[in-house]
Design a protein around this ligand. Structure first.
Ligand SMILES: *[C@@H]1O[C@H](CO)[C@@H](O)[C@H](O)[C@H]1NC(C)=O
Ligand SMILES: *[C@@H]1O[C@H](CO)[C@@H](O)[C@H](O)[C@H]1NC(C)=O
Ligand SMILES: *[C@@H]1O[C@H](CO)[C@@H](O)[C@H](O)[C@H]1NC(C)=O
Length: 182
């Protein structure tokens, strides 16, 4: 068993892609990405995520392009007591289309956000590499224009996340919440 685990470990590591290799979608179109998205899946190996993942709920993200090519990101989700929590961040554009950077107003980390795979009327898969002090962590997210995304897309998200080093148990599909179907 031990040798099988070692072997699997080697295979997994060789499949792993490093952060700099993850490129945004070619010909990224920010205007087409604008509007409302539902958060369908999310994953990270960060400790804060691991301790909260069991209680996470879906939410909505509104993407609003700014005049200088950045984005206003507004995320709303329900808390456990049923109140709505809204978080807003302003992300700057970078020299690479589809790549943005922002400092979280709430948690203080600096996020390097990439729109990796987007079908503008259906889904968006994003990768973020986050830095806070000497701590770094990856968060991948899967967004949908509706709350229902195909099993194939969910599997694509899972595979991408494994390749970026996220442990299988830290990849979650969020429970649907009828309060967000509006
Ligand atoms: C609901 O939970 C949020 C976040 O946990 C908290 O900030 C808020 O005070 C709570 N509201 C009520 C009415 O308990
Ligand atoms: C975003 O741009 C503003 C204005 O140029 C700058 O002050 C801020 O530091 C930038 N934020 C990040 C995270 O690069
Ligand atoms: C990260 O920084 C904290 C506080 O500055 C320090 O206690 C910790 O040892 C550092 N960790 C690593 C892995 O360098």
């Amino acid at each position: 068993m031990a040798s099988l685990h070692t072997l699997l470990g080697v295979v997994l590591c060789s499949l792993m892609v490093s952060s700099s290799e993850i490129l945004p979608q070619a010909d990224f179109d920010l205007q087409a990405m604008a509007g409302k998205w539902y958060l369908i899946g999310i994953c990270s190996n960060a400790q804060w995520f691991v301790s909260r993942k069991a209680n996470m709920k879906t939410g909505t993200a509104i993407i609003k392009p700014t005049e200088d090519g950045g984005i206003e990101l507004s995320f709303s989700s329900l808390t456990n007591n049923g109140t709505c929590r809204k978080m807003e961040n302003l992300a700057n554009k970078t020299e690479v289309p589809g790549k943005f950077t922002y400092r979280s107003r709430y948690w203080g980390y600096v996020s390097d956000l990439r729109m990796v795979d987007v079908k503008y009327d259906e889904y968006g898969l994003t990768y973020s590499f986050n830095t806070r002090g000497n701590e770094t962590f990856v968060v991948n997210r899967l967004y949908g224009r509706s709350l229902d995304l195909s099993a194939e897309l969910q599997e694509k998200f899972r595979q991408f996340s494994l390749e970026t080093g996220i442990l299988a148990e830290n990849i979650i599909m969020l429970p649907k919440h009828s309060d967000f179907i509006k």
